[in-house]
Design a protein around this ligand. Structure first.
Ligand code: FMN
Length: 177
């Protein structure tokens, strides 16, 4: 499959617009590739490097894979695509199923990372984790804590546990086609 390089600054508004509807973060370790949906993400520059920062709750299967292999790809749609991809990858866990097989996703080997990209959402960022930080939600304003981290509900069975913030250096950016 062809990879047409892109300039992330030129594509920044497309990337940010796509983020608001959810994009795929794919990770892979121990022979298992898995995609999840994220909409909390930041595109920018840190330590002189282009980065994509994603926020992954501790309970996610993705978190286990990222801790075992600190690389991920980000895939964003260009034009119409099958919304089932977002529905399944944003609600089902890779612990319980092979989402790529279920959805018939076309996984394409990464160019510079050991994690595949997803051809159905062709705008691809390949990232290597250069820094990670568990958030300290005590430092957040009370209304944000109450909404996103109500301690009474904090458990691995909910969507209310803390995030790990992964800073991925963007080592390749391209359109698959
Ligand atoms: C639109 C949308 C945005 C989401 N954004 C995030 C996010 O930024 N961080 C996160 O941890 N989970 C987010 N989720 C939830 C995960 O995608 C979901 O829990 C997924 O099943 C986790 O998969 P995994 O267990 O295979 O890693 C989002 C879900 C949807 C539908």
């Amino acid at each position: 499959m062809n990879r047409a390089p892109i300039d992330i600054v030129e594509k920044a508004s497309d990337i940010l617009r796509a983020l608001r509807r959810g994009v795929l973060v794919t990770s892979k370790a121990n022979g298992r590739a898995n995609s999840m949906v994220v909409e909390w993400g930041t595109l920018g520059f840190n330590w002189g490097k282009p980065v994509f920062v994603c926020y992954v709750r501790e309970s996610r299967f993705t978190r286990e894979l990222l801790d075992a292999n600190a690389e991920f790809t980000v895939n964003l749609p260009v034009g119409p695509f099958d919304r089932r991809i977002i529905a399944v990858c944003g609600s089902r866990s890779g612990r319980d199923m092979d989402k790529a097989a279920e959805l018939g996703l076309t996984l394409v080997d990464g160019e510079k990372v050991s994690v595949p990209a997803v051809a159905q959402l062709p705008l691809t960022l390949e990232c290597r984790v250069i820094y990670r930080q568990k958030e300290n939600n005590v430092l957040l304003p009370p209304e944000i804590r109450a909404r996103f981290y109500p301690s009474i509900e904090r458990s691995h069975d909910t969507d209310k546990d803390d995030h790990i913030i992964y800073f991925g250096e963007i080592v390749a950016a391209y359109l698959l086609g």
